[in-house]
Design a protein around this ligand. Sequence first.
Ligand SMILES: [Cu+2]
Length: 392
Amino acid sequence: MSEFESHLLSELTGPLQDPASDPVAPLQNRRTFLARTSVLTLAIPGVGAALAACSQSGSTTSDTTHQRGRDTSRHAAPGAHNSDSRLDSAVLKPGHHPGTSATGTATAGAANVAFHRWAPELPPLPTGTTQQIHFHAREAPVRISDDTVVGAWTFEGDVPGPIVHTRVGDTVEFTLTNDVDIPHSMDFHAAQIDPKEAFKSVIKGQSLTFRFKPKYAGAFMYHCGTAPVLMHIGSGMFGAICVSPREPLPPAKDFVLVQNEFYLADAANGTRASDYQKMLNTTPDLVCFNGRPNQYVKEPIRVKVGDRVRFWVVSAGPSHPSNFHVVGEQFDTVYLGAPPANAIHGVQTFTVAPGGGMIFELVCDVAGEFPFVNHGFGHGQKGAIGLMVVEP
Ligand SMILES: [Cu+2]
């Protein structure tokens, strides 16, 4: 491995040599934590009949670091840690970077957290050409099924984070405020921007603002990029930014599906934390659309005959693709890249890579119940199945 490659690897995964920042070492703490606490069991919800049916034109960076309400130099600020850099390890002393997401407020009050279906509808485009978005990095218990609460690291308290909808050439002015002890950051795949500045980590109590103008339309991922990225995405810090083209696409019912994997430790205090070792092994317990296993089997997506349906599918991973397929339907159009170009037609299944996104369209000619699935069924069966009901 060249020096450059070694450097790059270190940037993405965190230092490999420095035991002070070894994300696995604090697993001992997790074991201690788990040993102190009670254990619940998880029943993975059944998948029912669904299975039987089918075995800038230039971006501008302008960031400001605030510390306790006053501006500080973004280069000199003690908290201005670069995303994924060795500087992160400087604040992650032994025992402070967990191999589990069961940190602080991620588990508090878990028993009282209610389940809510994650609304998949694409929100309308905002008016105006500049959209201001302010996310807080928070830890929160998130109920992903009747009997499972995940101790999650989040944007805005839910997994996935909120859907962002913007348009090619419009300005996104984004601010991240970190409410918690572990540094976090934001990486928008829809941006072309200096990541060392815009995507750098923000420590507790600080905020960072940057601006960009999406150059391409499409379904893009956003995620926390703080090292180790695997742990931060795997613990819930991801979402979708949907970029519409300047010329509107054909009228449709637009839905956003973000696929992710959960890697869960044993239950403790009514919460299941994310397990970094399972993430490294790429052996998920659950694979979900929009953060809850099989949620759209219970409460399907509903459209009508004649509707054009557009799925903005993002594969957040952290490690596995979404092999997107609708049982009993065919995709009229799949946009491999930015719409309206890059279209292919008459498609049964297409794979969305981890870290990728694609737009799938179909026209509902037939009434019925149509499962949409990850046709890699080892993962589909772990929760990446939903139902689209086409009403007459
Ligand atoms: Cu993070």
